[in-house]
Ligand binder design. Structure first.
Ligand SMILES: [Zn+2]
Length: 272
């Protein structure tokens, strides 16, 4: 037991030191894409408390990014760069949110706007203005999703852009391929009609299908320029789109700014 503890202590010390050591290299090598879900306080009965980041913590993380020279970018900037347009700034960072909760509007958007940063939200089209209906309310309470009015305001501000997270948040690997294809194409079409902008980015619900060639092929065929997985890590930029989706850095409610720094440099903060 003591030996194990010692080994963990030595390992963690070494990992932290080496993360500091590779700091400048890490920032240059890949595009960090942070993934958040909910900004606020978890409701009673929430089993997924780690998906909630307090507004204070979110504010401090965004302020930290800006103070350390990171440049938050929008999906449209990343997709243009991917297509050979204006290259991304060297210290570009993508701040992304999955699902499209109302608290992304009431907290995240307002904090980003106030600090002069930018973010991006993956929307589940059928739940706009409703609730997180794909969750069993017995284990994860239903809360409000952002309304179309909120989405429009956020888009017009230039602070937030949107991508698709399907129509209804299914596990795409569990659907017949034709239904998975419909989730991908219909959500793109509906979001584009509702928001009047190209939806160039897609995130796989639960990350499911991101590394399944038949499903990923459907996402690319649907016309998404960028597709995002749920796998922990940083994808090299320029991005080899053929090789696989863009990995992300999962921000948990308990993370501090050291976690954020290690995530950005190492692609992970706590490896045990
Ligand atoms: Zn999701």
């Amino acid at each position: 037991m003591l030996n194990e503890l010692l080994a963990v202590t030595v390992f963690s010390g070494a990992a932290l030191a080496s993360a500091r050591w590779t700091w400048w290299r890490g920032a240059a090598r890949g595009l960090p894409a942070l993934v958040y879900h909910k900004i606020g306080k978890p409701p009673e009965g929430s089993k997924l408390k780690d998906l909630w980041v307090s507004p204070e913590k979110f504010r401090s993380q965004v302020a930290w990014l800006l103070a350390h020279g990171y440049v938050p970018v929008l999906f449209s900037e990343v997709s243009k760069a991917q297509k050979g347009g204006k290259p991304l700034p060297a210290n570009a960072v993508l701040i992304t949110f999955d699902d499209g909760y109302e608290n992304n509007y009431t907290h995240a958007y307002k904090i980003l706007r106030e600090l002069g940063a930018k973010g991006n939200i993956f929307i589940v089209f059928n739940t706009i203005g409703k609730a997180n209906l794909w969750h069993d309310p017995g284990t994860e309470p239903w809360i409000n999703m952002a309304s179309m009015k909120m989405l429009t305001e956020m888009q017009e501000s230039g602070v937030m852009e949107f991508g698709s997270h399907t129509m209804s948040h299914p596990n795409l690997e569990k659907l017949p391929l034709e239904d998975a294809a419909w989730e991908l194409t219909e959500s793109k079409k509906q979001l584009e009609a509702a928001l009047g902008r190209e939806m160039s980015a897609f995130a796989y619900p639960y990350g499911a299908g991101a590394y399944t060639p038949a499903i990923r092929a459907l996402a690319l065929k649907a016309g998404y320029v960028l597709d995002f997985s749920f796998r922990q890590g940083k994808t090299p930029w320029p991005w080899n789109r053929e090789a696989g989706p863009i990995d992300r850095l999962f921000i948990k409610g308990g993370d501090n700014n050291l976690d954020l720094r290690l995530q950005l440099t190492r692609g992970a903060s706590r490896l045990w």
